[in-house]
Design a protein around this ligand. Structure first.
Ligand SMILES: C[S@@+](CC[C@H](N)C(=O)[O-])C[C@H]1O[C@@H](n2cnc3c(N)ncnc32)[C@H](O)[C@@H]1O
Length: 201
């Protein structure tokens, strides 16, 4: 661990709001699968989503992870659905307490992108980004998003960010915990307000 602690930083981009942020060492991925969660990231996500079975959890781009009731990944047998996320979100109508996602970023190999049916990372894939934002707005109460940036789909607010330092010269990652803005979503608003009162991890 390199640095840890709660830091009140101005990180919210255009809205320039103050966001709770923790800076923490990312730890090491020793699974052999590129991009797999490190034990540090896995623990943070498990702390956010809570006890298994208490909340419904969808995991997109789930890789080798076993987090989530439904896990969608193109190529991993650990997924409950081996399907393109774009196809899945265009047909899935369920609502989720949490949607966890760790889309590909910094993909070096063109062959890997071709296998994903993509020409770029999700952050640079406008069609996928828009489809994800729209799906999350419709179906997610809270979102836990690991990426090389800190996406903020319309209708959501940042609850907490973790700035994950991988060490050496690797790019910093961001784990974003996003929550629906209660004013915009009547259906889940009361639950959301109640959760706001819960202590931060
Ligand atoms: C950064 S890795 C996530 C790894 C995961 N966090 C873990 O712990 O193993 C991204 C994953 O997204 C999957 N993937 C990439 N593009 C996809 C797509 N369009 N639809 C479904 N899965 C995709 C890849 O197979 C890969 O497992």
């Amino acid at each position: 661990m390199i640095i840890q602690g709660d830091n009140r930083l101005v990180l919210a981009g255009m809205e320039a709001e103050s966001v709770n942020c923790t800076v923490i060492g990312m730890g090491i991925n020793s699974t052999g699968y590129p991009g797999a969660f490190t034990p540090v990231v896995e623990r943070l996500i498990n702390n956010i989503i809570g006890l298994h079975g208490k909340h419904t959890v969808l995991h997109l781009f789930s890789g080798r992870s076993d987090i989530g009731d439904e896990r969608v990944d193109l190529e991993r047998q650990e997924a409950t659905l081996r399907e393109n996320v774009l196809a899945f979100i265009s047909r899935d109508k369920r609502d989720w307490d949490f949607v966890v996602l760790d889309p590909p970023y910094e993909i070096q190999r063109k062959s890997k992108l071709a296998a994903y049916g993509s020409v770029s990372s999700v952050a640079a894939d406008v069609i996928m980004r828009r489809a994800l934002a729209s799906y999350l707005r419709e179906h997610a109460n809270e979102v836990v998003w690991l990426d090389g940036c800190a996406p903020l789909p319309a209708g959501f607010a940042r609850k907490h960010l973790w700035l994950l330092l991988p060490g050496s010269y690797h790019t910093v990652r961001v784990l974003s915990w996003l929550t629906r803005k209660p004013s915009l979503f009547g259906k889940l608003a009361q639950e959301n307000v109640a959760r706001e009162q819960e202590p931060m991890i």
